[in-house]
Design a protein. Structure first.
Lengths: 594, 240
């Protein structure tokens, strides 16, 4: 049913084959040839038996035995080599296809809005990129060439059926046809229904598992009984029940399939007994009987191969669906006209954005303005839309309504590279690469000299970090147990931003630091970075923003108050109450440490 | 033996016992398929020796029925022992995993991506499920039944048996001696795969930082040129 709507798995895969498409087809041809040649040893074997019976009892008249024997071995070898060549071709092509799919996916991911991986889960994305693509290898490398054989071999057998003795051929084919009918019964419409139920049970179990595992730390912390465990157990039981039910429903056809595939012997003996009923024991009957006895094992092997192929096709379709789940996500639209920022002011005008259709607006008709070299602070409870505003400025995603402008140019019209050269974003949790510190900084400026790097690190208060590392700025992070704390990582990220010298800087202050010393150093680094730039700062410690030119207080995606510190304190609004809370927290902290 | 299976395939006590039964069932069903061969052997002998086949019709009729019944019974047995046992076992395995997780220290959860952890556990269970029903009993079962059949062949005609069986030790020797070569390539491939895995994970995790520094394409080029082509350029000696 589904095949009609969607292109087949094979045609999807071939799109990624590029120049290696020919290899795949060549592997089919070679595989078919190997199947035909592979029947020859049996024909020669049968010729030997035939000769022996015909000359019986004058065995020294059987002069062709050696020739036939040699030919049997030779054709077996040729068939093997040709099959080997077929597999070589199919493997090369299969690996190319999987490799190209990986490349395609990674390129696509590079163009997707930032935050897409967080939404989907980085582990899941990685598995699609690596595992889903690799699971297509078996289909192209093994299954399809085998499938060709599974078609070619029976055709050859039907041809031989007419060449030799149609009665025996028919006796061989009857059980195959019955077995095939059994297989079809399993793949009928009931099967599709079952397959859907299976997927549902599996999905349900996965979801409950996530819920359960997420719940474990909470439950442990508060010492509650595990309610989610019962739900998880129930979903496991349901899944097991379904599997067992499904296995039961497949048992009869599956058993009958195995039975009939192996019953050719009964038909052959029966037919021979019938033909010789009148005492008509001819050599011809015996020889033909033996011919089909020799050939039946090939039928069984071929049929069994086809039997287990359907399962693999299902996996491939699943893999392709998962790959498309990423490829179908649209990258940000590229604008036809390009603008360049003129100056470094930042302005959001009546901007609205939803993370998903049914979520409430993350920012709702918001307007914010920062003039050149001003420091603007965004404060507000978590979930008030601060990070969303910052993301919109660096165009990690596009506003649904309203405009975001830098230097008077709409960010949607600014070339991505230009935009990223204009804006530096220091994330709350910047991730560093497992490379040397110097290389991590060079991401921002590939041709930076060691001196520039050292200066940037010094300005970002990283000197003590570098002093501690075994190879200074050339120490590879993550090697020999060199790990940096969150605050230290942020300082390196600040050094990177200092090196980049972008005219617009977005700072997302880390919410928590391990120790006060670290916090003070980060503050100092921030001050270095914000010299001579337009700064948008997401602040969690209100003390850091007293000097801001303007403070925007956000709540529920809206600007509820704006102005400088003194003005906002006088207003006695949300900012005032936040400030009071903050003062209390600080004095409590101080009181506690004293 | 039971303990070995338990460790090797993450099975419960009952699961390991069921696995042994499944292996025996596979051996039985493989051997059942040899009965028709014996019958064909006898039939051909009778034909060549000019016996009166009409007189033997009842004998062959009974023989055929016995063969069919044997195949039927052993196939049903094998089906039950492999598929049913596996699905019951996999339910048990998932529940015991869940119990285990509940008992782990909190710090374990703090360090891990929980969604990732969950799906790894679920897909590993599924892989074990598939191996338990489709592969492991069949693998051991066919080794045992092939050995039995080989031994049986020697009772008919030892010279012929040698002619038929000599390939087994030869191919074993080839497999064993090529193991080192195979391992060498497998290790190289696995190493490249791990590199690639780490690279892709790092790319996904740092893509926000890379993109805001216009460095994503440079990173990707490095990733595609080095570990990716390496992981995909080698013939998979293990996938055959």
């Amino acid at each position: 049913m589904e095949e009609k709507k969607k292109p087949s798995a094979f045609s999807v895969l071939m799109k990624y084959a590029g120049g290696h498409k020919a290899l795949t087809y060549l592997s089919f041809v070679l595989s078919a040839a190997a199947a035909v040649v592979g029947l020859l040893p049996f024909v020669y074997l049968w010729r030997i038996i035939k000769e022996v019976i015909e000359v019986n009892p004058n065995f020294n008249e059987a002069v062709n035995i050696t020739h036939n024997g040699r030919m049997a071995v030779l054709s077996a070898l040729v068939s093997m080599l040709v099959y080997f060549a077929a597999l070589m071709c199919s493997h090369v092509s299969a690996f190319r296809v999987a490799g190209n799919m990986k490349k395609e996916l990674l390129k696509h991911i590079a163009m997707l809005p930032v935050g897409f991986a967080d939404e989907m889960g980085s582990g899941k994305v990685r598995r699609v990129v690596l595992d889903a693509t690799s699971s297509t290898e078996t289909l192209l490398a093994h299954n399809l060439p085998d499938m060709v054989q599974a078609v070619v071999t029976p055709i050859c057998m039907v041809v031989m059926l007419f060449v030799y003795d149609w009665r025996f051929g028919f006796a061989c084919l009857v059980p195959v046809i019955i077995a095939f009918a059994m297989m079809m019964r399993m793949a009928g419409p009931g099967m599709q229904e079952d397959m859907r139920n299976y997927q549902n049970a599996l999905e349900n179990m996965s979801n409950e598992a996530v819920e359960y595992i997420r719940g474990v730390p909470v439950v442990k912390t508060f010492g509650q009984t595990v309610f989610s465990f019962h739900r998880f157990k129930k979903s496991i039981d349901e899944y097991s029940d379904f599997c067992i039910h499904y296995t039961k429903s497949c048992r009869t056809p599956m058993v009958l399939f195995t039975l009939f595939v192996n019953t050719a012997f009964a038909f052959l003996i029966g037919l021979t007994l019938f033909l010789t009923k009148s005492g008509n024991y001819t050599q011809d009957i015996l020889i033909n009987f033996l011919f089909y006895v020799i050939f039946t094992p090939i039928i069984v092997t071929t049929m069994n191969r086809v039997m287990f192929m359907s399962e693999n096709t299902m996996q491939i379709n699943d893999a392709i669906t998962r790959i498309n789940s990423i490829l179908d996500i649209k990258p940000l639209a590229e604008s036809e006209k390009t603008e360049s920022p003129n100056g470094t002011s930042v302005e959001l005008k009546n901007v609205t954005y939803h993370y998903s259709e049914d979520a409430k607006a993350a920012v709702d008709n918001i307007s914010i303005k920062a003039d050149k070299d001003q420091i603007i602070a965004l404060v507000g409870p978590s979930g008030s839309g601060k990070t969303t505003v910052a993301g919109l400025i660096s165009r990690f995603f596009d506003a649904e309504e309203g405009t975001v402008k830098i230097g008077g140019a709409d960010v949607r019209n600014i070339n991505k590279n230009t935009l990223m050269n204009t804006v530096s974003y220091v994330f709350q949790d910047s991730k560093l690469l497992k490379r040397s510190i110097a290389d991590n900084l060079r991401i921002a400026k590939p041709n930076a000299t060691d001196k520039e790097i050292a200066e940037a690190l010094k300005a970002a208060q990283c000197s003590n970090i570098i002093a501690r590392l075994p190879q200074g700025i050339n120490t590879v992070l993550g090697s020999e147990g060199t790990y940096l704390s969150g605050g230290e990582q942020q300082r390196i990220a600040i050094a990177r931003a200092i090196l980049k010298k972008a005219p617009v800087v977005i700072l997302d202050e880390a919410t928590a630091f391990a120790d006060p010393e670290n916090e003070a150093l980060v503050q100092k680094a921030f001050t270095e970075l914000t010299k001579q730039s337009t700064v948008i700062m997401i602040a969690h410690r209100l003390s850091t923003i007293r000097n801001a030119d303007k403070i925007y207080v956000l709540d529920n995606g809206k600007v509820v108050e704006e102005g400088n510190h003194e003005k906002l304190i006088k207003r006695s609004g949300l900012y005032k109450s936040m400030w009071d809370e903050y003062q209390k927290a600080v004095s409590w902290k101080v009181g506690k440490t004293v | 033996m039971i303990n070995l299976l338990k460790r090797k395939f993450a099975l419960s006590d009952k699961g390991a016992k069921d696995m042994i039964i499944a292996i025996i069932a596979v051996v039985a069903s493989n051997l059942a398929l040899m009965f028709p061969v014996s019958l064909l052997y006898m039939f051909t002998g009778d034909y060549i020796n000019g016996e009166n086949l009409s007189a033997k019709i009842p004998f062959y009729a009974v023989g055929i029925i016995i063969c069919l019944v044997l195949i039927l019974i052993t196939t049903i047995w094998q089906y039950n022992a492999t598929f049913f046992a596996t699905y019951i076992e996999s339910g048990t395995r998932r529940i015991s995993l869940a119990e285990k997780l509940r008992k782990l220290p909190l710090s374990f959860f703090a360090k891990r991506d929980l969604a990732d952890l969950t799906s790894t556990i679920m897909s590993d269970s599924e892989a074990l499920e598939h191996a338990g029903s489709h592969q492991i009993p069949q693998y051991y079962g066919s080794i045992i039944s092939t050995l039995i059949i080989c031994v049986g062949l020697f009772f008919f005609h030892w010279k012929m048996a040698i002619a038929a069986v000599w390939v087994v030790p030869i191919s074993l020797i080839i497999v064993l001696t090529s193991k080192r070569v195979q391992n060498h390539f497998t290790r190289k491939q696995v190493a490249a795969k791990i590199d690639l895995n780490e690279g892709v994970q790092e790319f996904i995790e740092t893509s926000r930082d890379l993109k805001s520094n216009n460095a994503e394409n440079e990173y990707l080029d490095g990733l595609v040129n080095y570990p990716l082509s390496k992981a995909n350029g080698l013939p998979a000696s293990s996938s055959s």
